[in-house]
Design a protein around this ligand. Structure first.
Ligand code: ADP
Ligand code: MG
Length: 669
């Protein structure tokens, strides 16, 4: 977020904020007035929709406002915490089973609360279980807050409560700040642009996001503030791209006349239309004297490897080397094998460089890379070590790029002057997210699968069905197929009884899969053991593999037809989609069975998305909606944490507009 000059004033200068309050605010990240004003309401209470307790329709979601008359902790086998709340018309019991002990400290008699939930009749009185709860006012406050229709509610911590900064106090503070300082705020957006895009002024928006007079004002204020965030983000990306272009002189790699046509002629199939298009985009970039920086997205199995190979052959034919970096040794080895089979008949040497190589082979590999004999080099992080020197690197390709940081991407690119960069991902990301994260890159999308792929039959089952599921897997193995059983990672601190792959393996030995050749693969195994197991599975010596998500990326065993995922609720949708992509790679019908450890409706709904579609982009879009961007990618991405208001699932139009404006502005200079 850009800094607003008039708001760079410490909160301690605000009336009513002393040292202690300032310290408490500091703990939630508020040190300046700008921080305070961008501490946005978590939600709003529409007081026009509030019903008196006596008139509550049973069974419906409602919001009530009442005062705490009594609080009680009831110990026992199922300890619970009960608040009796009254509003002058009637009283109601609020009951919590979870966190009962902790909640005791949280409420006091006399607190005025807004409660949302479903009201039931229980033992002759009204009750609401685990209501959503907000403090509206504190002890001794006679009147329910500001009387306007829409009241902002803020996330407040226990410390804030102690210092009188629970909703009402906090609201007052925000109000003071707005009255005194917001009129001085200069709008950084030119009036012309605001008018063209229908955006409110900044000062007006800051006021309205906190104290709206209507829902329409909330929406307008939100839109303006969200635009600012998108705009700042896209400006940064536009600068990045421009800087790279200006500095990015590259060796132009002429279009392949010989190697790529020979590769395509050697394939038993034709490229899909999407592969051809994308290949054209990449080939055209490589011909330029400017470094390419291109993101290649394509669903699992869409054939990205071939596209990458064609690009690498273009580099080779132009007299340069190309490097492909993959996140795991298993994947790197597999790529090396695939690329060797296709490139070596064309007279192109492919070298593998991974951490686990014996010393002698490693020396050979390094020598071939340094002399330029190896035109294509495939490897892991080992590729970016200092001792790896390329004779003439022209193209760097990064597979499964979300597994790498930007720094690693740049280190590989830095292994030569003016190296072109192609980053690939099989974790489709919705367009908005791609633009937010990789908006500085050009983008190519393979949005078509090779013909004849059979959809993987996908089912969601409860844990009680495990015996039948394993019996089904055993039957598939008797038909000569192979099976994956994936377990979630176990975090040390976790008390929940979640099976790890090794425990899972022990259990598999007792069940219907007891008689088959079982293997174990997880990230903690030594590299050699991992490779041994992966190879044994690949050649069919292992029939069922108990594993963690190490198999998520790229592992290619076409004979595997069953993917069982334990505790599927612990995985993101995109990740499950990747796991499912490990089967359905051969001609036979394949199956993906998600075993849910939780029956929560929300989880079930989320997992059902996978049963409904095989389209990775659609799945990613739903995942973004349901879980937000950090979770979709399985990591906190720098830059996205700045998006406080903008919602990438909803604000596509706004993001596109911000992007257009930002890029136009930067490129005009
Ligand atoms: P991903 O995009 O997931 O990396 P791969 O490149 O591993 O996919 O390709 C998956 C499989 O599809 C490979 O066995 C590959 O040989 C095959 N393939 C790639 N392109 C085509 C095509 N146009 N027609 C048929 N099969 C193809
Ligand atoms: Mg791949």
């Amino acid at each position: 977020m850009a800094q607003i000059a008039a708001l760079q004033i410490p909160v301690s200068q605000l009336r009513g904020v002393g040292h202690r309050r300032a310290a408490v605010l500091g703990e939630v990240g508020i040190s300046t007035l700008q921080d305070l004003l961008y501490y946005l309401p978590r939600r709003y209470l529409d007081r026009s929709l509030i019903v008196p307790i006596a008139q509550v329709p049973p069974g419906q979601e409602v919001t009530l406002i009442g005062k705490v008359r009594q609080k009680r902790f009831i110990p026992g086998a199922r300890p619970r915490f009960v608040l009796i709340v009254e509003d002058g018309s009637e009283e109601i019991a609020c009951v919590w089973f979870q966190g009962a002990r902790y909640l005791q400290r949280h409420f006091d008699e006399g607190d005025v609360l807004a409660l949302s939930g479903r009201v039931e009749h229980f033992q002759g009185r009204l009750q609401i279980t685990h209501p959503e709860c907000e403090f509206v006012a504190g002890t001794g406050e006679p009147e329910l807050l500001h009387t306007g229709g829409i009241v902002p509610l803020y996330t407040t911590s226990a410390d804030m409560k102690d210092k009188g900064l629970r909703s009402r106090g906090f609201r007052r503070l925000v109000h003071t700040a707005i009255e005194e300082f917001v009129p001085q705020v200069q709008d950084p957006l030119p009036a012309e642009l605001r008018q063209r895009l229908g955006l409110c002024g900044l000062a007006e928006s800051l006021r309205q996001i906190h104290f709206p007079r209507s829902w329409e004002e909330v929406a307008l204020a939100r839109r303006r503030l969200a635009f600012d965030e998108c705009f700042a983000l896209q400006l940064r990306l536009a600068h990045l791209r421009q800087a790279r272009r200006r500095a990015g002189v590259a060796r132009p790699l002429a279009r392949s006349q010989r190697l790529v046509p020979a590769l395509l002629a050697s394939l038993p199939f034709a490229l899909t239309g999407a592969q051809q298009r994308v290949l054209g985009e990449i080939a055209a970039d490589l011909e330029q004297p400017v470094r390419m920086s291109r993101l290649l997205q394509g669903d699992v199995g869409s054939g990205k490897t071939l596209v990458a190979l064609a690009a690498m052959l273009q580099a080779a034919e132009a007299g340069c080397q190309a490097a492909l970096m993959a996140p795991t040794e298993i994947l790197a080895e597999q790529h090396a094998a695939t690329l060797r089979a296709l490139a070596e008949p064309l007279g192109i040497r492919v070298e593998l460089l991974v951490g686990g190589l014996p010393a002698a082979r490693r020396r050979q590999a390094l020598a071939a890379i340094a002399s330029g004999e190896a035109s294509i080099v495939v490897g892991t992080h080992a590729l970016i070590q200092d001792e790896v020197a390329f004779a003439a690197l022209g193209l760097a390709v990064i597979d499964e790029q979300h597994r790498f940081g930007v720094a690693q991407r740049e280190e590989l690119q830095g292994k030569g002057p003016g190296v072109h960069l192609l980053v690939m991902t099989a974790t489709p990301i919705p367009r908005t997210l791609a633009l937010a994260l990789y908006g500085d890159l050009e983008s190519s999308v393979i949005d078509e699968l090779p013909p004849g792929r059979k959809p993987v039959r996908t089912a969601l089952r409860g844990a009680e069905r495990r015996p039948q599921i394993l019996a089904f897997a055993a039957a598939q193995i008797r038909e000569g197929r192979q099976v994956y059983v994936v377990y979630p990672l176990v975090e040390e601190s976790e008390k929940l009884a979640i099976k790890s792959a090794s425990e899972g393996l022990a259990e598999l030995k007792e069940g219907p899969l007891g008689g088959v050749a079982l293997g174990l693969l997880h990230g903690q195994l030594p590299a050699e053991e991992k490779n041994r197991v992966a190879r044994a599975f690949k050649v069919g010596e292992i029939q069922a593999l108990a594993c963690t998500t190490v198999v998520e990326v790229g592992v290619d065993v076409p004979n595997a037809t069953v993917m069982i995922v334990e505790h599927a609720e612990r995985f993101g949708l995109a990740q499950l989609h990747q796991l499912r992509g490990r089967v359905g790679r051969g001609a036979a019908q394949s199956y993906c069975i998600l075993i849910a450890g939780s029956q929560a409706a929300q989880e079930t709904e989320r997992l059902k998305v996978l049963c409904q579609t095989q389209d990775g982009f659609e799945i990613a879009r739903r995942d973004l909606e349901l879980r937000g961007p950090g979770e979709v990618l399985g990591l906190r991405q720098a830059g996205l944490s700045e998006l406080l208001v903008a919602d990438l699932a909803r604000d596509e139009g706004l993001l596109m507009a911000a992007r257009e404006e930002a890029f136009r502005l930067v490129e005009a200079r």
